[in-house]
Design a protein around this ligand. Structure first.
Ligand SMILES: C[S@@+](CC[C@H](N)C(=O)[O-])C[C@H]1O[C@@H](n2cnc3c(N)ncnc32)[C@H](O)[C@@H]1O
Length: 313
């Protein structure tokens, strides 16, 4: 289906429910969860637009999520314990890299899309440059310019390069599927934390994905899931699209498809119990800390339409 942007927007904004929107734009009847993506992987134009959106207007969101992850899982920076975090469905790695800045230990970003992994590796190199420039600026602000090279010469001291590389070097990206986490020969129970943000809905078989995420957790480890609710208030879901996303109608169409594939909180709880996973809490998505002052020019509606599930093994 080709999208005529002005008509698409007007028509979508006139719909009264997710079911009506799915019928109008996909010709499908939504009675329960519906996986209507051509492929689970986000690729090509959609991958690029999702990354641009993240870089242009969602940086603060990623900081808030990383902070929320720390608080809700009681993450501690105890250097005695090596912390291994796996983010499944990491996309272009913007959350993975923010987590690398806010935690210690290794963090692995896994995504089935080769395009997303290529973007993630590019973001990793850009983040390294960004951290170096930040360190140089901070030195300069402290008046310690005497032993520093000229930042304009783009020849920072090896110490600065090392400091930046130490952060981004802890993030590794790998192309792979959530369904292959526990393939024979792989190290089971190797992760302290699994993070899955806005990705559970993307998996055709969320039950198998949850089973595998739980299997690779060490005892005492935790899974942090943040996603949207399929039964969220429709007008709020529409508002959340935001002007930046509307710049790429294919991304809005992807967002619609994603909404149809979201789980409700009840469905997630039932699925976990079917897997005999009983140590979990599910709450609304409000961020646990407001330490990061919001300067966002769009509304996130995390409290109204997102949920957070923390599973403990
Ligand atoms: C909406 S993006 C979320 C990216 C990232 N977590 C974030 O918050 O920015 C969902 C990602 O899940 C990935 N994905 C879909 N199916 C997958 C699977 N079976 N295994 C791993 N990743 C998958 C997609 O390619 C996509 O990059």
């Amino acid at each position: 289906m080709t999208l005529n942007p002005p008509t698409f927007r007007r028509d979508l904004e006139h719909t009264q429910s997710l079911a009506e929107a799915i019928y109008t734009f996909f010709g499908r009847t939504l009675e329960e969860r519906l996986c209507i993506f051509d492929s689970e992987a986000m690729e090509g134009e959609v991958a690029q637009a999702y990354n641009d959106l993240g870089l242009q207007s969602r940086r603060e969101t990623y900081k808030r999520i990383a902070e929320d992850f720390r608080l809700r899982t009681q993450y501690s920076d105890d250097p005695q314990h090596q912390r291994r975090i796996l983010e499944v469905g990491c996309g272009s790695g913007l959350l993975t890299l923010t987590l690398a800045e806010q935690t210690i230990g290794m963090i692995f970003g896994l995504d089935v899309s080769a395009d997303m992994i290529a973007l993630a590796n590019k973001n990793k190199e850009n983040k390294r440059q960004e951290i170096m420039e930040k360190i140089i600026r901070e030195y300069a602000c402290g008046g310690y310019t005497f032993s520093l090279p000229n930042p304009a010469a783009r020849d920072p001291m090896p110490e600065i390069v090392d400091a930046a590389s130490a952060i981004t070097g802890r993030a590794r990206f790998v192309q792979g599927s959530v369904y292959n986490l526990t393939r024979p020969g792989k190290n089971e129970k190797s992760m302290d934390y699994v993070v899955c943000r806005n990705a559970l809905h993307r998996f055709r078989d969320p039950k198998e994905a949850l089973r595998q995420m739980h299997s690779i957790l060490r005892d005492g480890g935790k899974i942090y899931i943040r996603d949207l609710k399929r039964d969220a208030d429709w007008k709020t879901v529409l508002d959340r699209i935001g002007e930046s996303r509307w710049k790429t109608p294919a991304l809005v169409r992807d967002y619609l498809g994603a909404m149809a594939a979201m789980l409700t909180v009840e469905e997630l709880a039932t699925t976990l119990r079917e897997l005999d996973i009983n140590r979990f809490t599910i709450t609304d998505g409000s961020y646990k800390s407001d330490a990061t002052t919001s300067t966002l020019d769009f509304k996130e509606y995390e409290q109204a339409i997102e949920y957070v599930c923390v599973i403990e093994k």
